[in-house]
Design a protein around this ligand. Structure first.
Ligand code: 6PG
Length: 231
């Protein structure tokens, strides 16, 4: 079983630890931002939630990025009150967005406090101005989920740009996510996957199981050693 055989891998980078992974992905984000801004005058970036990107965002804030020309979106959001400590946008604001010179109008939070259906409808309108996204960052759950697209959940089969999610196995049960079509239409996708908890899902994907992470179009995978299967 060779990790380079991940079916949707453009490239697989195995880092010694989460620190190395975070530094490397932060550098890639800064490079892609510079390229997009030089080519098109704007960088449309969708951030990942969860814990793994936290350190990457902390590192990114020290790199040189022309934040006035970056538009920030979110791959998914948890239906919790605005500002709640459990929200993905709160983590991104604390680790990155409040620390850099990005105009607040460039931060496009998912209004998940309105409930999944209403928030998904409103966010679809926001995304119309932004697609294709330049870069989508993705974590991967232990069950192979990405954003809030969970194995077996009806949202995962949706063709909509944004999708309301109910009965998610990872709390909270109600969420909003970008649809697989939106994620796959982006110019670039990068996975950040760290820790032994991710080995099983990676192994399943290598064995050909169609988990949500395997249904993502060509992507750069950044893993740490602990996540490697077969160890
Ligand atoms: C969330 C997510 C989710 C996350 C993965 C990985 O709302 O939690 O956006 O898709 O990225 O579950 O999370 P970790 O990086 O914490 O393992």
């Amino acid at each position: 079983m060779n990790i380079a055989d991940l079916p949707n891998a453009q490239a697989v980078f195995v880092h010694d630890d989460p620190e190395g992974l975070s530094a490397s992905v932060a550098q890639r984000i800064a490079e892609l931002a510079a390229q997009a801004i030089a080519a098109r005058g704007v960088f449309h970036l969708a951030l990942a939630g969860g814990e793994t990107p936290r350190r990457c965002y902390e590192k990114l804030r020290h790199l040189s990025v022309d934040w006035a020309h970056v538009q920030v979106y979110f791959g998914d959001e948890r239906c919790l009150p605005a500002g709640d400590a459990g929200r993905n946008d709160r983590m991104a604001r604390e680790t990155l967005l409040e620390q850099v010179a990005i105009p607040s109008a460039n931060i496009h939070a998912i209004p998940a406090e309105l409930g999944a259906r209403e928030a998904a409808a409103r966010y679809a309108a926001v995304l119309e101005q932004a697609t294709p996204l330049d870069l989508v960052l993705l974590g991967m759950g232990e069950d192979g989920h990405i954003a809030s697209l969970f194995p077996g959940n009806p949202a995962t089969g949706s063709m909509a740009a944004t999708v309301p999610v109910f009965d998610a196995p990872k709390p909270p049960a109600e969420r909003v996510t970008l649809g697989l079509g939106t994620l796959n239409a982006a110019r670039q996708r990068i996975f950040l996957v760290a820790g032994a908890g991710k080995r099983d899902a990676l192994e399943q994907i290598l064995l050909g199981k169609s988990l949500p992470a395997a249904r993502v179009a060509a992507a750069e995978w950044h893993l740490d050693r602990a996540a490697l299967p077969g160890r």
